[in-house]
Write a protein that binds this ligand. Structure first.
Ligand code: NAD
Length: 427
């Protein structure tokens, strides 16, 4: 019997567990690579943590104060960069963990950035558009002293989108007195955003999956896929993987999912969710729970929801032989060990979902240049970077006979450690 749980119930206080997981993976790789112990605490510690309160007037006239964070983990390789999350489960530990992963991710794919993350404790679905705008503008003004095109460049994450980034751009630009396109990425295309940014994380997932399958002499059209989470990342990953001929047999959102062994019509599911706000009621399959999705019959499992969803409770029951981590931190270290023992291959988060920040980098470059690329250029440059990152990770995994997570984290952490060593300590 597979236990039923969710990310908050599974681990007591999930965000604290997430930070613990991120440092467990960090220490595991640090030890395996026998990196210089002198740098361990510096690499493991966020450089700056800013907590802000954001009071706003609600539509009914009441004042509510929201807590927000910006955590800047490490900037040895360049300005900080990382998304902003709006979610009720946001807390300092969660943002610290996400900022640390962002540092390794940016280094792994070779972007000239450090890692950061932000978040506001709120339920974006219950805020009106006007309330969300006021909250975004207030949060932006509160973190204003530490963000900027050369300092720290935010982007969307769960619960935020291009509209939120447009308000951030406008607030920052009003305060500095001129339009500053490069202060934020994931903006609407009509406002200096990059074509292809919205689907970029899902597209990157698809490129990495295709490249991995080619190493086992398969292609995307040979596999069946289950996708947990049907937001920005999950929807586009499912859509692009289906376009390449895979059968997507299961999808879900936070309320539950559907299963259809003949393959789900992903475009229709996307339309349904845009119209109704949730998957339930979409009739192209049988209703399943999120727990059933994790353990359903499929070749590839793509967790694209939130952290800590693949726990040790489910790991022994997972039938997929390949997990592609589209979300950040979906697999706990305990589950990771069980899955490894069961012969399951995991393409880790910092590799699989790096497509978003990669096209964010393209957007930043375009904003600084005021010269904008077309979609074929964005897609082909993204493909080049994702495939190069996969090949470097694959080479290390083969040379060291280690799993992909160890190889990917090792590469990312090693590059940041090398930058620190070369720079030395200030003063
Ligand atoms: P989103 O808010 O657009 O979508 C999240 C989806 O997951 C929704 O369908 C939601 O209903 C579902 N969900 C939430 N909790 C769940 C649970 N416990 N079980 C099952 N489903 C659940 O968010 P997103 O932007 O698609 O981000 C998803 C993940 O990908 C996050 O871990 C995020 O950090 C990561 N990520 C996002 C980007 C990006 O560009 N947006 C880039 C890299 C990584």
């Amino acid at each position: 019997m597979v236990p039923t749980t969710n990310r908050l119930a599974a681990n007591g206080h999930a965000p604290a567990k997430f930070w613990q997981n991120a440092t467990t993976y960090f220490n595991r790789v640090f030890d395996e690579l026998q990196l210089d112990n002198n740098w361990r605490s510096l690499l493991a510690t966020p450089k700056r943590i800013l907590t802000v309160s954001c009071p706003i007037r609600l539509d009914d006239g009441r004042i509510q104060t929201f807590t927000g964070y910006r955590v800047q983990h490490n900037n040895a390789l360049g300005p900080f960069k990382g998304g902003i999350r709006y979610d009720l489960a946001v807390d300092q530990n969660e943002v610290m963990a996400l900022a640390m992963l962002q540092t390794w991710k940016n280094a792994l794919v070779g972007l000239p950035y450090g890692g950061a993350k932000g978040g506001v404790v709120c339920d974006p679905k219950t805020l009106s558009l006007a309330e969300k705008e006021r909250l975004t503008r207030r949060y932006t003004s509160e973190v204003m002293p530490i963000i900027g095109p050369e300092k720290d460049i935010p982007a969307p994450d769960a619960g935020t989108d291009s509209q939120v980034m447009a308000w951030l751009l406008d607030t920052y630009s009003m305060m500095v007195g001129h339009q500053e396109l490069a202060v934020v990425t994931g903006k609407p295309v009509s406002l200096g955003g990059s074509v292809g940014r919205e689907e970029a994380t899902g597209r990157g997932v698809m490129y990495v999956l295709a490249r991995f399958l080619s190493t086992v002499h398969k292609s995307i059209s040979d596999v069946t896929v289950a996708v947990q989470g049907f937001g920005n990342v999950g929807y586009h990953a499912a859509r692009l993987i289906a376009e390449r001929g895979a059968r997507i047999v299961a999808i879900s959102d936070r309320f539950g999912g559907i299963y259809n062994d003949q393959g789900i019509d992903i475009e229709a599911a996307g339309r349904w969710i845009r119209e109704t706000g949730k998957l339930s009621g979409f009739s192209d399959g049988d209703e399943i729970t999120n727990e059933e999705l994790l353990t359903c019959d499929c070749d590839v499992l793509v967790p694209a929801a939130m952290e800590n969803t693949v726990t040790e409770d489910f790991a022994p029951h997972i039938k997929a032989k390949l997990i592609v981590e589209a979300a950040n931190g979906p697999t706990t270290p305990e589950a990771d060990r069980i899955l490894a023992d069961n012969g399951v291959t995991i393409l880790p988060d910092i590799l699989a979902n790096a497509g978003g920040v990669t096209v964010s980098y393209f957007e930043w470059v375009q904003g600084l240049d005021n010269y904008f690329w077309d979609k074929p250029r964005v897609d082909s440059e993204l493909q080049k970077i994702m495939e190069r990152a996969f090949e470097q990770v694959d080479t290390i995994a083969n040379e060291r006979d280690c799993d992909y997570r160890t190889a990917a984290y090792g590469l990312g952490i090693g590059r940041v450690a090398e930058a620190l060593r070369l720079k030395g300590l200030f003063p």
